[in-house]
Design a protein around this ligand. Structure first.
Ligand code: KG4
Ligand code: ZN
Length: 353
């Protein structure tokens, strides 16, 4: 029986999990630093690294005890060693290597973004053929699409050329006067009683006709101009952020959310069509990352997947955001496919693509 100990420290969550291969979560512990970084309106890398260093061992111990196993039952250590904030990744990678060495078990380095793609498999009994699949990650740091030919083989076919979707949500939320982290707050506001169509239409980014990349900076600028007016020649704005009334705020949130979600759906449709033209007939749509907990996106993804006769594999809320169970789940697949690293494993700020 393979028990994988997963460790995740790429940004501001210190997380550890034990997963029984394949994908059965026995424990998932996440120590969030959201409150600590809220004061700064974003993640401060040095502060995040220090907190990871303080918390990592208690979090790992807790994951092992919550799983009802002992240290000696761990068969593999999986570590999210890329991409992310390098100081944060170094803490997790060093801890994972020390733990693997002291337990005398192999270590597997897992790409955090690839783990988000497959996170919907956690705690699922999936026996049908899932591949080839289209993968979508929408998080605070990443927005990308992949073609997956197996659980361990994926190729990136599109990415954001500017902001990640979650980052755009967080910045839009700040402009609307919502507290950090803004994504979920903007989502809630877009569904509030005051929200709804108001005649304001924000741009849906397309890029070139066959582009599978994403861009959200134009949408962000459109929101800024809708709030503050078109800038004067001297760069000043006719209105201030504080001039917004509650109804404007809710209507703008509604319009922003609609355009953001439509931009994602548009790129999925393009990818589906281009892959079909290449003879790739998709069976599944995998979606992961923090923004996959967005209420409108979830509804639209389900409709889109049904329309294209694809199975939608999307995690419950607790596995949309950063967690170590997804690292352990993919680590188990990789180990099963014969992948193993050694103590020379390094942290990398970039994804493996
Ligand atoms: O995957 P994640 O935990 O961290 C990264 O790897 O980046 O994603 C966090 C991001 C944040 O930008 C947060 O605002 C966004 O996901 N987010 C949402 C929602 N819930 C979380 N954005 C829009 N709507 C939501 N409901
Ligand atoms: Zn993430």
């Amino acid at each position: 029986m393979t028990h994988i100990l997963g460790i995740e420290t790429s940004c501001d969550e210190t997380a550890a999990s034990v997963v029984k291969h394949p994908w059965r979560v026995l424990s998932s512990v996440v120590a969030s630093q959201v409150d600590i970084h809220a004061e700064y309106g974003g993640v401060v890398p040095e502060i995040a690294s220090r907190h990871h260093a303080e918390r990592i061992l208690p979090v790992v111990k807790r994951a092992i005890s919550d799983a009802g196993i002992s240290q000696g039952d761990v068969s593999v250590v999986a570590i999210g060693h890329r991409p992310g904030l390098i100081g944060c990744l170094l803490v997790g990678t060093s801890a994972a290597k020390s733990i693997a060495w002291s337990l005398g078990v192999p270590i597997v380095g897992v790409d955090h973004v690839h783990a988000h793609v497959l996170s919907g498999l956690l705690d699922q009994d999936t026996h049908e053929q899932l591949y080839p699949a289209l993968g979508l990650v929408v998080s605070g740091g990443h927005t990308a699409m992949y073609v997956c030919t197996s659980s361990t083989q994926m190729r990136r076919i599109g990415t954001t050329i500017d902001d990640a979707l979650g980052e755009a949500y967080d910045k839009a939320a700040t402009m609307l006067g919502l507290s950090y982290p803004g994504g979920p707050n903007l989502d809630t506001l877009a569904h509030s009683e005051l929200a709804g169509p108001s005649g304001r239409n924000f741009p849906i980014s397309r890029l070139s006709p066959d582009s599978l990349d994403f861009s959200f900076s134009g949408l962000k600028t459109a929101l800024l101009y809708a709030i503050r007016g078109t800038p004067n020649r001297d760069g000043t704005f006719p209105r201030d952020f504080g001039d917004l009334i509650d109804r404007d705020r809710a209507e703008l949130a509604w319009a922003f959310q609609g355009a953001a979600v439509q931009a994602v759906i548009l790129k999925l449709s393009r990818a589906h069509q281009q892959l079909r033209e290449q003879g790739i007939n998709l069976r599944t749509l995998f979606v992961g990352g923090g923004v996959s907990s967005n209420s409108l996106l979830r509804v639209e993804l389900k409709l889109w997947a049904d329309e294209h006769d694809l199975r939608l594999v999307i995690p419950p809320m607790r596995y949309c955001v950063d967690n170590a169970a997804m690292i352990a789940g993919l680590g188990g697949e990789m180990f099963g496919a014969g992948v193993a690293d050694d103590l020379s494993l390094r942290a990398h700020p970039q994804s493996a693509y």
